[in-house]
Design a binder for this molecule. Structure first.
Ligand SMILES: [Zn+2]
Length: 484
């Protein structure tokens, strides 16, 4: 009886293979039926495959890429930065940028990206967005914040929200400009002369110092016990008069800037005229020295070649010199006053307004930015003070030259040498022989062209040969600060 009510295993198997049949009676008919069903199943499969493939592709698990480019670790009142995002597979769906400070989350950007349709993907695979954070406008206060950028793609994963990738960076918000103020007194500076100012900063700054007209003289910290106290050497060029604006300036790491006036007095100076007659004999003797540099004017008249030397080569020599000036040490390497070439007579002064004539006609004007000292031929040249050699080479119109760095932007220069006896990076003491006088470069006869620089400006060496000037303008200020 049981057999009549229940399927045997064999009947169950037959039912699975042939659900509409009963018992297999006609093998040919069954074969046709199976073929029909098989064909139907294959057709279904062929039709369903792309849909399945599409589904699989839309379920991809590759997360998008994200990278934040923050220009600096400290942000000011308005700081632009960029976020680049990409997704190779289903494309970009959404980007959100949040600024988190303590418990608060501020939304900076919430951007959706287009898709071509339900079954299709995102249109944008790769993009870079520029955003600007203005903390005050968003109610964010100064201090640390976390920038969190989240990107999603068009994958159907994560309940159709897409794969997501997060990038986070901590930055410091600083919207307050630094406070800068002078704490030294008696800032008297002569036209073509140097000055020193001691000042205090309210916070560490990426740049601080003295603005003189359009020139900037950077200050240095770490000279005094108090780390907020800085010192800057500055100068007034020979062509900068009484109306030149001189003030302190600072910009902090966030780029907040401030300026502050300080009491100073500019002593105007009249520099004497000096006429230099350029003779054909001088041109014949001197121009061949510059052969290698004269190719742009090779077919010009000798006097035009001279003008090229006196203007263009003078400027390019200064450019080359400017490259070694930033090598200045942060401390003061020198002491006492600077020594002058012993037993020498002054041939030309600092600031002389030189008028060059050829056959009685004025052809050029230049300031003479050093002091010419003549002694016996090939006199030994002593280092004017302690320091480090930063340049020792031939330098166009200056001929064989040595530059010694004395720290804090102060440098001495020795030009037209017949022989150099110093090497770059060599430490020298006052009086060490660094070369011998000569007439290399644009020099008429054997002499030393002695120059001094405060950062990029040639200054009057007379001040640095004068112990009283150094006492009043440098030493006393430093001493007063130390005794505070
Ligand atoms: Zn000279």
């Amino acid at each position: 009886m049981l057999k009549n009510h229940c399927l045997t295993y064999f009947e169950l198997l037959l039912f699975l293979v042939n659900p509409f049949g009963g018992t297999i009676r006609n093998p040919l008919k069954d074969k046709q039926k199976r073929f029909k069903w098989g064909l139907l199943a294959t057709l279904c499969l062929i039709l369903a495959a792309p849909v399945g493939w599409g589904l699989l592709k839309r379920l991809e698990g590759e997360t998008p890429a994200i990278h934040m480019t923050l220009p600096k670790p400290v942000f000011g009142p308005s700081q632009p930065f960029s976020v680049s995002i990409s997704d190779r597979k289903t494309g970009l769906r959404h980007l959100r940028i949040e600024i988190i400070q303590g418990e608060k989350t501020h939304l900076l950007l919430d951007r959706g990206f287009p898709s071509t349709g339900f079954f299709k993907k995102g249109v944008i695979r790769e993009t870079e967005l520029a955003v600007t954070l203005e903390p005050r406008e968003m109610g964010i206060t100064d201090g640390n914040v976390l920038i969190r950028s989240t990107v999603w793609d068009y994958s159907w994963r994560n309940s159709s929200n897409g794969n997501q990738r997060v990038a986070e960076e901590t930055v410091l918000i600083d919207t307050v400009p630094p406070d800068i103020r002078a704490i030294s007194n008696a800032h008297n500076v002569s036209q073509g002369g140097a000055g020193l100012v001691i000042y205090r900063l309210s916070e560490p700054c990426s740049r601080s110092g003295v603005h003189v007209g359009t020139d900037f003289y950077p200050g240095a910290g770490g000279y005094f016990e108090d780390p907020s106290v800085y010192l800057a050497m500055f100068a007034l060029r020979v062509d900068q008069g009484r109306d030149t604006g001189i003030y302190l300036g600072a910009s902090d790491r966030a780029g907040n800037t401030s300026r502050a006036a300080f009491r100073h007095y500019i002593r105007p100076k009249r520099f004497p005229r000096d006429t230099i007659r350029i003779t054909d004999g001088f041109l014949k003797r001197k121009l061949p020295q510059f052969d290698a540099e004269l190719s742009p004017v090779a077919d010009k008249a000798p006097v035009d070649q001279f003008l090229y030397v006196n203007r263009t080569l003078r400027a390019s020599a200064y450019e080359r010199l400017s490259a070694v000036i930033p090598d200045t040490r942060p401390g003061m390497l020198w002491s006492g006053s600077f020594v002058r070439l012993p037993g020498s007579a002054r041939q030309a002064g600092f600031g002389d307004r030189r008028i060059y004539t050829h056959n009685g006609t004025e052809v050029d004007r230049q300031f003479h930015l050093g002091v010419d000292l003549a002694s016996v031929k090939h006199s030994p040249v002593p280092a004017a003070n302690h320091g480090k050699v930063v340049f020792a080479d031939a330098l166009s119109i200056y001929g064989n030259s040595v530059v010694i760095d004395h720290g804090l932007g102060l440098q001495s220069m020795y030009a037209h040498l017949s022989r150099i006896e110093a090497e770059p990076n060599q430490t020298v003491d006052r009086g060490d022989i660094i070369g011998y006088t000569g007439s290399t470069g644009l020099a008429g006869g054997d002499h030393l062209h002695y120059a001094m620089l405060v950062h990029h400006t040639f200054v009057n060496p007379l001040e640095w040969w004068d112990a009283k000037w150094i006492e009043n303008n440098v030493r006393n200020k430093i001493r007063a600060q130390r005794e505070r």
